[in-house]
Design a protein around this ligand. Structure first.
Ligand SMILES: Cc1cc2nc3c(=O)[nH]c(=O)nc-3n(C[C@H](O)[C@H](O)[C@H](O)COP(=O)(O)OP(=O)(O)OC[C@H]3O[C@@H](n4cnc5c(N)ncnc54)[C@H](O)[C@@H]3O)c2cc1C
Length: 426
């Protein structure tokens, strides 16, 4: 792999690609490590951690600084199983030790401002970090005021649990404390949102818990939408595993929520008022706050990018990956964020070298458990065309599969989790 120092990079970055005979520079490895081009990565989740690691792999001369507030990262994937009561939150914990060993400088801080013209970020601690290229992977934030009565404060009574951590534990505790016969209401978010099958997987594992521990209780999903990911497979699984326990109300059938009251735990839809014992309200979403505050997002709150490099269409030199980006047909998933991160890392390394960027293809697989031994999945391969990122292959698992097949899919889900987390943080 060709290497380039930061000084060389700056000197040569205006030159034509053919002038960049990088391999002939004869710079020592130590000098390269100290002086290579600088990349700052904002956010140490699926997108950011993967990108930091793969930038170092693409070219060890690149100086990578990863900024992430938390020393421990709890994955959203598999957090539904904590809510369902068959996994511990600690089993979802990732750390940054392995990335440090691979030469990533990890700074536990928050980026409060991005100066795209000056090529630097400001941290909450007051420090600034200059960069040659910036990667932004801050995940999502919530439209707190989208439903009257809901707010960040109200999420302490009606948890969203859509960022894993204390909110996950809170929802689990509320379910445990609920009396048998209590009604669980889930408010599902409008498109686009993080993890399209996530709310329906969660409803399934809550129903699993209710069937075993609160047989008189049920869960109602109030949805702004009329359709959802893997709907046929979910509905068939609900019928088989939890008849009468899960009620899904489509947007056109009165599922849209008009207001909530966090004190009385009431939820009012266009047709009915529900008195709930537990409310899981998943709000409408946008790109993470820092992306919006830095002018990287469009008027809808998501970040337009070049589908081949994930470089921002708003601010050249900044790459936005993961949930915050507008990635065509790719879903907002951890797997997609990991896939985008690798493509962006390779593109950034190629740009530093002055090479042309290779064609990109992306992958996504998403498993959902309806019960600990009952899995379904969706998989896709994606290519960049003149229409952006489109799906070229893929589909969902078969509808009439035998129990053994569903049990195998559940096992594959655990294998998937082990490999994606090792690939991102290991
Ligand atoms: C219940 C649930 C289940 C899911 N299950 C699956 C699944 O089975 N498979 C799958 O592929 N996906 C799943 N997902 C989706 C997956 O979690 C996201 O798509 C993925 O986390 C997106 O990665 P990201 O890097 O964009 O954001 P994240 O992984 O959320 O990482 C963002 C990081 O940025 C940090 N950050 C934010 N702002 C700043 C700032 N200003 N400065 C510094 N750091 C900042 C945050 O602290 C965070 O660590 C699930 C999601 C949910 C909610």
């Amino acid at each position: 792999m060709s290497k380039i120092t930061r000084r060389d990079f700056i000197k040569l970055s205006g030159a034509s690609a053919t002038a960049l005979a990088i391999g002939s520079m004869g710079v020592s490895g130590a000098a390269r490590a100290a002086n290579g081009p600088r990349v700052v990565v904002v956010g140490g989740g699926f997108g950011g951690a993967t990108c930091a690691k793969y930038l170092r792999r693409a070219d060890a001369s690149i100086q990578v600084t990863l900024v992430e507030p938390n020393a421990k990262f709890y994955t959203c994937p598999f957090s539904n199983y904590v809510i369902g009561g068959f996994r511990k939150l600690e089993e979802n914990m990732q750390t940054y030790d392995a990335l440090r060993k691979q030469g990533v400088s990890v700074v536990h801080d928050t980026v409060t401002a991005i100066d795209a013209a000056g090529k630097k970020v400001t941290l909450k601690s007051g420090k600034t970090l200059p960069y040659d290229r910036l990667v932004v992977s801050p995940g999502i934030d919530f439209k707190w005021d989208a439903i009257p009565g809901y707010s960040e404060q109200a999420s302490q009574a009606m948890p969203h649990a859509w960022k894993a951590g204390p909110q996950t534990t809170l929802l689990r505790k509320q379910l445990e404390a609920m009396k048998d016969g209590g009604l669980v209401v889930m408010v599902a978010p409008p498109n686009p949102f993080r993890c399209p099958p996530g709310p329906y997987e969660r409803a399934s594992v809550i129903a699993h818990y209710l069937s075993e521990h609160k047989p008189k209780s049920k869960i109602i999903i109030l949805d702004a939408k009329d359709d959802f990911s893997k709907k046929g497979l979910f509905m068939a699984g609900w019928e088989k595993l939890y008849p009468g326990k899960i009620e899904w109300v489509a947007g056109s059938k009165g599922g849209e929520v008009k207001s909530v009251n966090a004190k009385t735990l009431t939820v009012e839809s266009t047709l009915e008022k529900y008195n709930a014992a537990v409310v899981n309200l998943i709000p409408a979403q946008t790109a993470g706050h820092i992306a919006i505050a830095s002018g990287l997002a469009d008027e809808k709150g998501w970040c337009p990018v070049d589908p081949k490099t994930f470089e921002s269409k708003k601010h050249p030199g900044i790459h936005v990956i993961g949930d915050a980006s507008i990635a065509g047909a790719l879903p907002k998933s951890g797997f997609a964020a990991n896939s985008e991160a690798k493509i962006a890392a390779a593109a950034i390394a190629a740009m530093f070298r002055g090479d042309s960027v290779a064609d990109a293809s992306y992958v996504n697989t998403c498993y959902s458990l309806l019960a600990p031994n009952y899995g379904i999945s969706v998989a896709g391969v994606y290519r960049v065309t003149d229409k952006g990122i489109v799906q070229i292959e893929g589909g969902v698992s078969p509808k009439d599969a035998p129990d053994g097949f569903r049990a195998d899919e559940a096992k594959y889900a655990y294998g998937w989790y082990a490999s994606i987390t090792a690939d991102s943080w290991g």
